[in-house]
Design a protein around this ligand. Sequence first.
Ligand code: PMP
Length: 789
Amino acid sequence: MQLHLSPPRELWPSLAARPALSVVDLFDTVRPIFESVEQEGDAALRRYEERFDHVLLDDLRVPAETLAHAADGLDASLLDALRLAKTNIERFHAAQRFSPLIVPTAEGVVCEQHAVPIERVGLYIPGGSAPLFSTVLMLAVPAVLAGCREIVLCTPPDRSGQVHPAILAAAQLCGVERVYRLGGAQAIAAMALGTESVPRVDKIFGPGNAYVMAAKQWASLHGVAIDMPAGPSEVEVIADATCVPAFVAADLLSQAEHGSDSQVVLVAMTEAVAQAVVAEVERQVVELPRREVAERSLANSRILVLPEEKAVVAFTNFYAPEHLIIATERPRDLAQQITTAGSVFLGHWSCESAGDYASGTNHTLPTSGYARAYSGLSLDSFQRKTTWQTLSPQGVRTIGSCVAEMADAEQLAAHARAMRLRMASVEELAVSEEDGAIEAIAPLVRPNIQALAPYSCARDEFDGGNDDTVFLDANESPFGEDGLNRYPDPLQRAVKSKLAPLKGVRPGQIFLGNGSDEAIDLVFRVFCRPAVDNVVVLDPSYGMYEVCAGVNDVECRKVPLRADYSFAAADVLAATDAQTKVVFLCSPNNPTGNLLPEAEVSAVLRDFSGIVVLDEAYIDFSPGSTWRTRLDRYPRLILLSTFSKAWASASIRLGMAFASETIIALFNKVKYPYNVNILSQRRALQLLEHPERIDAEVQTILGERERLRVALIGNVLVQTVFPSDANFLLVRVADAPAVYRALADHNIIVRNRHRVTLCADCLRITIGTPEENDALLCALRDIAAETTA
Ligand code: PMP
């Protein structure tokens, strides 16, 4: 192994050089093979098999019977190993499934990107000295997961016409049925052109010798895609003083034994490490069955001693290794700076062999510096992306003149006409309100939810039935007092029809939930794709928005309120992007207590094209007016309301969402059946008989809020009492944690908001009964006296 101590940069190109990889010279050999296969089909294939693989074949395809029994002759332990490897490869590749992108780019214009499988794929598995059955898993598993309809596998037979049983067993395990005894350029030509027995494919995958590579390149000039150019395998190991020299040596040798042209590079961060590794290599190489191959490869391998981390990173990015093992103390720090490696193995326990076989990553990787531009195989390699777009009449209005203008300028009159004809027709169209709502909402809904069949409870159709109806449809007990044996859902109709006139909405615009918290969760389930979409919330605001985002694996972007607890629509809009599905606003806001400026809420509704949730839990305590009456104007608006506050019924856990019928139908589709229990619904019906009752209680609370505010200002512990439009006061004291504890010692529990943004040293105090408020004031006076004494 050649040792280079801190080689200057001028030497890097020669140190990073690979054997020249020109397959163009081989085109003269490959071209006639393609021509014969094209003209003679199977007959040409048989002839080339005889010439190159020295076998006379009758049937090119491996019989189904042989495939079915391939595993019989294998060791049980090898079969178990294959199964475990397959499971891991499946896990990692299944997780790469692409979530469709659905992006409303302008009003009435929706652009989408969907993944579709490549219909027919060809997998090439080289023969030669070792049966590469691991490559069968690496190619076939993602092909099957991607949904490729036809999978063809070619691999050269031995002189008796047999394919190695491990290759067949792996193919069979993956569900590949079409296996052909074909090797070399003729196999590639067969898959690229199609013959009587071999189907033509759309994309060819897999490694091979120089002839196979040349044939793949030639095929790519003839309308077939290929996975990537490939040369001899290679590894770079970065090792610092924490490395285990025996491990590093074994890793280098595991690459060297592949072939005499394999590339092995060690970047040692000290000279001592380099020497220790060399000693280990010398000790281990003599024990290898493929010692000669390994030694020839080692003769061309390089050791660089680069003590500076910066140089290590720069050289590695320059070399662009297929495999990179980072055997250092903090491998992640280095890995984050590497931009060109095919696959990276982090830490002392992660050997390349793990990735070659069984960890789950794909081992088909770009070599020869192609890692600068190519990725290794993944699920994506077996799919294509198709874009969709939908323009509604509004979309024609929004971008029509832009399109026509550009077409005019490019002097493409027919292009301009295609749009202008539509622009003229659209003028005559009136968009119905319902169409408008469906059109605005449909692109925002998660595709899997959109595709769900609505849960149907047949009993809803009978509206709870009449006294004579016999219900034997839901496996309830027929016995029970007071109807408690029955599932409760039909009753929701009654609650909604009572609520609707009171709230000034249609029954179809009401969702009833197990607290309004349930509606918050459903917003995520309906609109936000986990790990893809995001929501924007104000900070501080009600904590459940962030909690539900976390539970649903949706990014929660926090926009700080202004110092006076108001907010600017511009700040919210600046935090949104194409993946922002929902903005949560809470007015009056918890914990700051203030109504949000209406003009800013309007601006968000106008300029943000996703869902706006406006939480009106505390609206009854404020001079502000509800947005319920404006729902028809804003099909993307969802209002939250609850029986837990002004309705004095927190214990029944009944919350409401008001929104367009389209959104409420989606909520009802994803909610669990019977989500609100019957006792809560009955209680709600009672409460709704006398809605006027709550007015008196709200007035008392407002009176108490004012009394408490004035009294608190008079307490020396209190620095600020923030104005409140809710049934609580946010109060800044000298030391919130201390006052909180002291109040708790007096048996009074308030909410400590000290750690919340903009609320340092703040307590949130709920307005209680006059007696409870007196108790609070009295306790605070005592604490003040104790503190100042
Ligand atoms: N929204 C806000 C702003 C709240 O403060 C609360 C509870 N404190 C809720 C919703 C939850 O209400 P429910 O009891 O209906 O789940």
